[in-house]
Ligand binder design. Structure first.
Ligand SMILES: Cc1cc2nc3c(=O)[nH]c(=O)nc-3n(C[C@H](O)[C@H](O)[C@H](O)COP(=O)(O)O)c2cc1C
Length: 349
C-alpha cells in the first residue's frame, strides 16, 4: 500500500498518519517501537515511572528499532505534566532530560496546570545542546482555548485534539470529536488551508481505518488511536484486561473518577476524569459505598484477576475491536483500510 502523505507524515518522516499515544502503564518500548517500525509513530509513556523504568523502556524501543535497521530515534516519550509537577524539581527535570539525552524524535505533554514550563524546558535543552534537529513537542488539548494557547503562545509542533470519546484520562468538558475537531480547524492559524498551520491530530473513540480516513477528510493531519492498541501482545495490559476489551460493546464504557479514587491516583487537574470499562467498582462508587470497602475489594480483585472490579481504560470505539493481534498488524490493517476509504471517497467526485 502506498504512503499516505499529510503534514504529519512529512514532519515525522513516516508513511501512515497514525500515532499511538503514550498510555501510562500500558505503552512501553515494545509497543512504541513496533508501531514505528511499520510506518506509524509510537510513544513510550513515562506516566508514573521511575527514572530506571523509563531508561529501560527507551532502551528497549531503541534496540527493537535497530533490529529493524531503522533510525533508533523514531519514537517519542509522553509525560503526564501533573505527575512531573508533583515530583521534586530535579527529579522531574531528570525524567524529561533522559528522553532528550536519548534524542527521541518527539515528546508529548498533557494534563497539567503548567505545560508551558515543560515546552520551554525542552526548547532550552535543545538550544543549549545545539541539536541539529529540534525535539518535536506534541500537546494534547481538550478545549478550543487550550488549542489556541498551545499553538499561538507555546508554539507546539503538533496539536492533539482529544474528544470526550477517548479512552483513559481526559476532560469531562471535552466536546465530541466530530464537533471539536472542526472547531479547532476553524481557527485561522490551524485551518487546513493555512500553509503554515501545524499538524492537528484527532483522538478519541477511533477504531478503524475508515475512522482515520474520515478525520483526514475533516482536515486533520492524522489520528491518534490508543484503545485499539491495548489489544496487542505488546501492550502491558494483562490477559484478563485484554479479554474484557475484546468482549466489550458500544455501551461498555463510562467516564468516572471511581478508579482514581480507589487506586489513590487523584491529583489530576480540575475537570479530568477517565473513560474505562464499567464494572462493580464504578456502580458501587456511584451508590456511595465507602471508599475503604471499595479499595479492599479492588485489591482482592487485582490479586484474583477478577474483571468485575479491576480497572481497564477504554474509549467508546472498543466495541469495534474484537481481535488481539500484533501492533504491526494493526497498523498495517488500519493503513490499508484508510487508503482504500480515501480512494473510494475520491471516486465520488
Ligand atoms: C490505557 C490508556 C492510558 C492513557 N494514558 C495516557 C497518558 O499517559 N498520557 C496522555 O496524554 N494520554 C493518555 N491516554 C489518552 C490518549 O492520549 C488518547 O487521548 C486516547 O487513547 C484516545 O482515545 P482512544 O483510546 O479511544 O483511542 C491514555 C489512554 C488509554 C486508553
Amino acid at each position: 500500500m502506498a504512503t499516505i502523505t499529510t503534514k504529519l507524515t512529512r514532519l515525522l518522516g513516516i508513511r501512515t498518519p497514525l500515532v499511538v499515544p503514550p498510555m501510562a502503564g500500558v505503552s512501553g518500548g515494545a509497543l512504541a517501537a513496533q508501531v514505528s517500525s511499520v510506518g506509524a509513530f509510537g510513544f513510550v509513556a513515562a506516566g508514573y515511572d521511575t527514572v530506571e523504568t523509563l531508561k529501560s523502556q527507551i532502551s528497549l524501543a531503541q534496540s527493537i528499532l535497530e533490529s529493524h535497521k531503522l533510525n533508533k530515534s523514531l519514537f517519542g516519550v509522553g509525560f503526564l505534566a501533573w505527575q512531573l509537577d508533583q515530583r521534586k524539581k530535579e527529579e522531574a527535570e531528570e525524567l524529561v532530560t533522559i528522553a532528550l539525552q536519548e534524542n527521541v524524535k518527539a515528546v508529548w505533554f498533557a494534563f497539567g496546570n503548567d505545560l508551558q514550563r515543560w515546552i520551554k524546558f525542552v526548547r532550552e535543552y535543545d538550544d543549549r545542546h545545539g541539536k541539529a534537529e529540534k525535539t518535536l513537542a506534541f500537546v494534547q488539548v481538550s478545549t478550543l482555548e487550550e488549542a489556541r494557547v498551545a499553538t499561538e503562545e507555546w508554539k507546539v509542533d503538533v496539536l492533539v485534539v482529544q474528544g470526550i470519546e477517548s479512552g483513559g484520562h481526559g476532560s469531562r468538558h471535552s466536546p465530541p470529536l466530530l464537533t471539536f475537531l472542526p472547531s479547532v480547524l476553524s481557527l485561522p492559524f490551524l485551518s487546513p488551508d493555512c500553509a503554515d498551520a501545524i499538524p492537528v491530530l484527532a483522538a478519541g473513540g477511533l477504531a478503524t481505518g475508515a475512522h482515520i480516513a474520515s478525520m483526514l477528510t475533516l482536515g486533520a493531519s492524522g489520528a491518534v488511536l490508543g484503545t485499539r492498541f491495548l489489544l496487542s501482545p505488546e501492550s502491558l495490559y494483562n490477559d484478563v484486561q485484554k479479554k474484557a476489551l475484546s468482549e466489550a460493546n458500544e455501551t461498555s464504557t463510562v467516564r468516572t473518577v471511581a478508579f482514581d479514587t480507589v487506586r489513590g491516583t487523584l491529583g489530576w487537574p480540575e475537570g479530568i476524569d477517565g473513560r474505562a470499562l464499567s464494572n462493580d467498582t464504578v456502580k458501587d462508587f456511584d451508590q456511595g459505598v465507602p471508599v475503604k470497602e471499595l479499595q479492599d475489594k479492588f485489591k482482592e480483585a487485582v490479586k484474583n484477576g477478577d474483571h468485575s472490579r479491576i480497572l481497564t481504560w477504554a474509549g467508546t470505539g472498543v466495541g469495534l475491536m474484537k481481535e488481539i493481534k500484533s501492533a504491526a498488524d494493526i497498523v498495517q490493517e488500519l493503513h490499508a483500510d484508510c487508503g482504500s476509504r480515501l480512494k473510494a471517497a475520491a471516486s465520488y467526485v
